[in-house]
Design a protein around this ligand. Structure first.
Ligand code: GLA
Length: 683
């Protein structure tokens, strides 16, 4: 009944605007180009309070709320007893305040009745204990009963709200993360292996199970291991987990799609550098990627955090949402310091600079009880705004103003960094030097490149690469046949591939390549790694990129092809490395392949980055910008918008390449002075 009224409103509005029934669909408002959101939990408050909260949101220019992702017990208080009227009321209340809605499917927090009635849906933890009700994510994502129940509530929600004009999208579950180690999951894992490998002879050969008498004669003998085990088994377990998360997520997508209009876009909130599963695979079923961006302790690190944005943008190679971010501080870190005054706004613009279309604060208001009483909010438990509220309101006004300028723009780059989950897992299981963190290795290349070119893509090693002039692959430890082919095609097509240390060591089963590093790319490089060393002290290094030091890791290289060149050599160290090549390069037709076997210190890496760009024909962008000012650029057809953020301790003046217009205040000038945390949006 209520839905008919809504449809009626829509119809009238449609006729009013266009006079044509055929164009009704157009009247459904899309999300603005820059959306400001917050996580709102109306189920925690009396309905009489909702309007006050929504008015405060409206006054802060909040454009959407995310609802219901932890509200299963309110939407289904007993088995099959669906209570969705309150959700409808909340959606309508938000609509009265011009606030759109993203609905969360509630799988991350199953109700107590469900756990009690269907205890088989609980996950088993690694130590063999069953999880319990009382926290969240206590469910087993492989359990058929759980899937049935979560699909049932999702279906009910989608049936009711899939055509709701104020619902713009769906978030599946919440931060998929918790694996289960129960007997049924184990059986599914063994069946998954059988489907993948076909025969035990094949699996035994590819995992080299002759080692330590691991040979399997029955699929049921294969254990679940997550840390110290056969590397082939470890890698496959992660891939199995990826497939099961994906099918769990896909179940939601299919259920929602059965009812929902295509304009309601579907995502799940991911977690940046979290590596619990292969995000490239899971993202394939989503309409857009989103992530939860928390600093935790400390302050915004524009490089590491910026790279996590670019990583998320790379999942589907398009703009993304920041579905959650901290309103000042969190409660779960060791030291939950607040971001400085001005830093929350600066951080949001930093998100936008990297391709975010929405920034959403977790959460709106402190719940009176529950595990997160100390977490940052925009409105306190007393119902009045906290000191941060005006800063977020200012941001909301700026998003509204800058939205049209940024509409249709994204981040474009000539440079890509390759990121690969198999490789990160493989290195983390066998770091060899505990200081070798694969994410740090990625960031060590990304940082200096990003500072020089102001935009870098982070993508998988199997995506088409010909649009890039430079592709950098730090610690690309595992190479699948598809990746090898892709990289060869790229170099032969004229691109410059830079492989970083530990690349090309393992095959798709996490087995050692039969050739030294970079394995199947040795011939292309015309050189190879003779030996790797975990370093106990820094090693001097010298060559094309000046004199510096190598830390943590060193690979002793050699060249074979007459046209391969040595770029850097180690100085005196452990005897083995003395005078040996540390980095080599070779021109291949119009393309080039380079291998860097050392972990370069920052100044040397900066010089290396400059060299990489120069040899690849990529120009530095806005080279004169003072240190500490972060520059991003978003481009679209006929437009380019620059975002400058001063993250240094004091005011900075930036001379612009030409007079530019400030999108935020309309002024025009050839230089801008930014206070600490100051932001300029220019075109
Ligand atoms: C996560 C969750 C949220 C909330 C925040 C707190 O990102 O998705 O529900 O717990 O952390 O920082």
């Amino acid at each position: 009944m209520f839905r008919e009224v809504v449809a009626g409103c829509c119809l009238l509005f449609g006729l009013g605007v266009t006079g044509a029934i055929a164009e009704q669909a157009d009247v459904v408002p899309a999300a603005p180009p820059l959306s400001l959101g917050t996580a709102w939990y109306p189920e925690q408050w009396p309905e009489s309070r909702w309007d006050v909260d929504l008015l405060l949101m409206e006054q802060a220019h909040v454009t959407f709320v995310r609802l219901t992702e932890f509200a299963w017990s309110a939407m289904e208080p007993g088995d099959g007893n669906f209570q969705l009227d309150w959700v409808e009321h909340a959606i309508r209340a938000a609509e009265r305040h011009h606030i759109q809605v993203v609905l969360g499917t509630p799988g991350a927090a199953p109700p107590a009745w469900l756990t009690q009635k269907y205890p088989e849906t609980l996950r088993t933890m690694e130590d063999g204990r069953k999880d319990e009700h009382g926290n969240r994510e206590q469910f087993n994502f492989t359990n058929p009963k759980y899937r049935e129940l979560v699909a049932r509530i999702t279906g009910k929600m989608a049936e009711r709200f899939g055509h709701d004009k104020n619902v713009i999208g769906w978030q599946i579950d919440n931060e998929l993360a918790a694996e289960s180690y129960d007997a049924d999951t184990k059986r599914q894992w063994q069946d998954w292996l059988e489907a993948k490998y076909g025969t035990l002879d094949n699996l035994n050969a590819r995992w080299t199970t002759a080692y330590w008498s691991e040979t399997y004669t029955d699929w049921r003998q294969i254990p679940i291991e997550t840390r110290y085990s056969n590397p082939g088994l470890l890698l496959n377990w992660k891939q199995f987990v990826t497939d099961t998360y994906r099918s769990y997520s896909k179940l939601h997508v299919d259920t929602i799609r059965k009812y929902a209009e295509p304009r309601q876009r579907i995502t799940t909130n991911m977690m940046g550098w979290f590596d619990g599963y292969d995000h490239y695979k899971l993202a394939q079923d989503l309409d857009f990627a989103s992530w939860d961006d928390y600093v935790g302790t400390g302050h915004l690190d524009p490089i590491r955090n910026g790279m996590a944005h670019d990583l998320t943008r790379g999942f589907l190679r398009k703009n993304f949402w920041v579905m959650e971010t901290q309103p000042g501080f969190v409660n779960w870190s060791a030291d939950n310091n607040a971001l400085d005054k001005g830093e929350v706004r600066a951080m949001a613009w930093h998100d936008v600079g990297h391709g975010a279309e929405a920034v959403s604060y977790w959460q709106w208001r402190s719940a009176l009880n529950g595990q997160e009483e100390y977490h940052g909010v925009l409105v306190g438990a007393d119902g009045t705004p906290v000191p941060l509220y005006p800063e977020v309101a200012q941001l909301g006004a700026e998003f509204a103003k800058a939205g049209p300028a940024l509409a249709g723009t994204t981040v474009e780059s000539d440079v890509a960094v390759l990121q690969d989950y198999d490789s990160r897992w493989a290195i983390n299981w066998q770091r060899h030097n505990k200081a070798f963190d694969p994410v740090n290795a990625l960031v060590s290349y990304y940082g200096p490149l990003r500072k020089l070119v102001r935009s870098v893509d982070v993508v998988a090693d199997t995506v088409p690469l010909s649009r890039y002039k430079l592709v950098v692959a730090p610690a690309l430890n595992v190479l699948t046949p598809a990746a090898v082919k892709n990289l060869e095609v790229y170099v032969r097509g004229g691109g410059h591939l830079v492989l970083g240390q530990r690349s090309g060591m393992k095959d798709q089963d996490n087995a050692l390549e039969v050739e030294r590093q970079p394995g199947p790319l040795v011939d292309l490089l015309g050189g190879r790694v003779e030996q790797f060393y975990a370093l106990d002290k820094d090693v001097p290094i010298e060559g094309t990129w000046g004199s510096g030091t190598d830390t943590i890791w060193a690979e002793q290289m050699s060249i074979k092809a007459p046209d391969a060149e040595v770029l850097m050599r180690y100085g005196k160290s452990n005897g083995w490395l003395d005078g040996q090549p540390a980095a080599v390069t070779r021109k291949v037709g119009k393309g080039r392949i380079t291998y860097i076997g050392a972990m370069l210190d920052e100044p040397t890496m900066r010089a290396a980055a400059k060299w990489m760009l120069e040899t690849s024909g990529v120009n530095a962008v806005w080279p004169g910008v003072p240190e500490g000012v972060d520059v991003s650029v978003r481009s679209g057809v006929g437009k380019k918008v620059w975002i400058l953020i001063n993250l240094s301790g004091d005011a900075k003046t930036v001379s612009l390449p030409a007079a530019m217009e400030s999108v935020l205040d309309g002024s025009r000038s050839a230089s801008v002075t930014l206070p600490r945390y100051g932001v300029a949006v220019l075109r």
